[in-house]
Write a protein that binds this ligand. Structure first.
Ligand code: 8Y7
Length: 283
C-alpha cells in the first residue's frame, strides 16, 4: 500500500504518529536524583505526574531515559537501566495516551520496554552496540538514529569535521543501510543530526543552518536542542536561562521541516508549533 496516508502515518507500537504535523516530544529523565530520598514509589509517582503534565501541555511523545549521556556520567549496567525505565514505561502505557519513546542503546532494554508498551526506540548511538540492531529489529518499532562521534564521555574532546552536514548525512545514510540489512526498513526510521554530540558551537550552528540537506535521506527529522550548551554559548546564558533561545531554534527547526522536537519546555514549544501551523494553514 502506497497511499498518501501510509507515507505520513508512522506506526509506533499500539499508536500512530501523524508525520504531516510537527510533534513535541517531552523529556522525562528517570536517572535517580541523589538528593531525593523519597523512595521508589514517590519517584515513580513524580515521573508519572511529570509525564501527565507534559501530555496535558500537548506532548504527543514522551522520551524516557535511564542512562545519562552527560560527559563523565557513570556507566549504568543493563539491569540497573532496565529497573529504572521499565516501571515508568509500564505505568505511562497504562495511564496516559501518548507514544513512549525509550532513550536507550541497550538491547535488553529495547526488547523489554517494547513488550511493556514503548512505541519508539531513541538511540543516541544509532544501534551500534553489540546486539542492538537485532534487538531493535525484533521489536518491530521505529528507531531514531542520531549522529555522534565517539562516546558521550569523550565526544567533546576535539570534534573535527571538513563539512559537518555532509559527514552527518553520510553517517546517517550508513546507519540506515545497516538497519536495512538487519531487517529495519527505511519506513521505520527517524533521523537526528545529534546537536551537541561531538560538535563545537560552530559545528552545531552550521548543521542547524543546513539541516534541510538531511531531507535528501527521505526520512522525518527529530531535533533536540532544548537547554543545550549551543544556546548557552551563542547567547552566554546559564542552563536556567535558555528557554527563549530554545524556542527560537524550535521555530526555526519546525520551519525547516523537522517533524519531532525533543524538549523540556513542552507547553511553550507547543505554542510555537501551533502558531506556525495556524499561519501555514491560512489561505
Ligand atoms: C538528544 C537525545 C539527548 C538529541 C535525541 C540533552 C537522549 C542530552 N539529546 N536524543 N538525547 N536527540 N534523539 O541535553 O538531541 O537532552 S540527552
Amino acid at each position: 500500500m502506497t497511499s498518501v496516508q501510509s507515507l505520513t502515518r508512522l506506526p509506533c507500537g499500539n499508536r500512530v504518529l501523524d508525520l504531516a504535523q510537527t510533534h513535541v516530544m517531552g523529556i522525562l529523565n528517570v536517572t535517580p536524583d541523589s538528593f531525593s530520598d523519597g523512595g521508589r514509589y514517590s519517584q515513580l509517582d513524580a515521573a508519572l505526574r511529570h509525564a501527565q503534565a507534559m501530555v496535558a501541555a500537548g506532548a504527543t511523545l514522551i522520551d524516557v531515559g535511564g542512562e545519562s549521556t552527560r560527559p563523565g556520567a557513570r556507566a549504568v549496567s543493563p539491569l540497573e537501566e532496565l529497573e529504572r525505565v521499565a516501571p515508568i514505561v509500564e505505568l505511562i502505557n497504562r495511564e496516559l495516551d501518548v507514544i513512549i519513546s525509550v532513550d536507550t542503546s541497550t538491547p535488553a532494554v529495547m526488547r523489554e520496554t517494547a513488550r511493556l508498551g514503548a512505541g519508539l526506540i531513541n538511540d543516541v548511538r544509532s544501534l551500534q552496540r553489540d546486539g542492538a540492531l537485532d534487538a531493535a529489529a525484533a521489536t518491530g518499532l521505529p528507531v531514531c538514529l542520531m549522529h555522534m562521534q565517539g562516546e558521550p564521555g569523550d565526544m567533546q574532546d576535539d570534534p573535527q569535521y571538513q563539512d559537518v552536514t555532509r559527514e552527518v548525512a553520510k553517517f546517517l545514510a550508513e546507519r540506515m543501510t545497516k538497519c536495512a540489512q538487519a531487517g529495519i526498513p527505511a519506513e521505520r526510521i527517524i533521523l537526528d543530526p545529534g546537536f551537541g554530540f561531538a560538535k563545537t558551537l560552530q559545528h552545531n550552528l552550521s548543521l542547524f543552518k543546513h539541516m534541510e540537506a538531511l531531507h535528501a535521506l527521505g526520512r522525518p527529522l527529530l531535533v533536540g536542542v532544548s537547554r543545550k550548551s549551543m544556546i548557552g554559548h551563542a547567547l552566554n546564558r546559564p542552563v536556567g536561562e535558555r528557554l527563549h533561545g530554545g524556542l527560537a531554534l524550535a521555530a526555526l527547526a519546525s520551519v525547516k521541516g523537522a517533524r519531532i522536537l525533543r524538549v523540556h519546555d513542552v507547553a511553550e514549544t507547543v505554542d510555537v508549533v501551533r502558531m506556525i501551523a495556524a499561519v501555514e494553514s491560512a489561505e
